[in-house]
Design a protein. Structure first.
Length: 259
């Protein structure tokens, strides 16, 4: 049987076997009072109680940590950690490669909104001026969409650094720093809503368009097809991120919001 344990932020980790958890206790990674739950079970109890059942450690009746246990050895009702928007953002950035587990709506959208606000602040503080990056050709037969990388390449070729050059460079830097954390947060949000993280494949390519080193040319007759493609791929995933957490454990881990 496999188990999840709650770390110091009440975030489920695992799954691990009982032997692995016992090893974590011996090496100091976990304590006997750490709360664990069997895979597929939303009931949390002290690790020592499970180890005592196979005569490994004495039973635990109380803990002074962040995960209290009642005198009968059963865990008190689990309540998710309440974080501020910035704390949710920091949590997602620190767990940039964690594609397992679950993330509540509050965690995911706090990350998204904070990222948007911080990026806009960067543009205002460090950049002066903007430029239209979507233009219509003189014959009005095509749309030319300048990617950030194409703007940078063009500016370097001409030997000048206009405000839009610095705007595009900053945009690429922000994408590089936040792309992986954003993908991981989205996968955990999909898990929490009861959906496969594979839905990420519909939208993961969108930020990467900015790294194409040449402008995108779209015939005006096909612009509706382009818009429909963006709509068809982004709207389903967007709708899934708005779904509330599924109560109880699922195949992606224990519940983090509802028991």
């Amino acid at each position: 049987m496999e188990y999840y344990y709650l770390d110091h932020t009440n975030t489920p980790r695992g799954p691990h076997t009982l032997d692995e958890l016992e090893h974590f206790v011996k090496t100091g990674r976990l304590s006997a009072t750490t709360l664990i739950a069997a895979k597929g079970d939303a009931r949390w109890s002290a690790l020592a109680n499970h180890l005592f059942s196979v005569k490994r450690l004495p039973p635990v009746t109380r803990t002074s940590g962040t995960s209290p246990v009642s005198p009968n050895g059963m865990a008190e009702p689990f309540e998710p950690v309440r974080r501020s928007m910035l704390a949710h953002f920091a949590h997602c950035m620190l767990h940039y490669a964690d594609f397992s587990g679950r993330a509540t709506r509050a965690e995911y959208w706090s990350f998204v909104f904070t990222l948007y606000i911080l990026s806009q602040v960067c543009y205002v503080l460090f950049l002066y001026g903007t430029a239209q990056t979507t233009t219509v050709a003189p014959d009005a037969a095509e749309y030319h969409i300048d990617t950030s990388m194409s703007i940078i390449c063009n500016a370097l070729a001409q030997g000048n650094s206009t405000p839009i050059f610095w705007n595009s460079l900053l945009n690429l830097l922000i994408i590089l720093v936040t792309y992986l954390p954003a993908c991981a947060a989205l996968v955990r949000r999909l898990h929490d809503a009861g959906h496969s993280g594979g839905w990420l494949l519909l939208t993961f390519w969108m930020p990467l368009i900015e790294f194409i080193p040449f402008p995108l040319t779209i015939p005006q007759d096909n612009i509706l097809i382009y818009a429909a493609l963006l709509f068809a791929t982004s709207i389903p995933v967007f709708a899934m991120t708005l779904i509330d957490s599924k109560p109880g454990p699922n195949q992606y881990g224990p519940a983090t919001k509802y028991p």
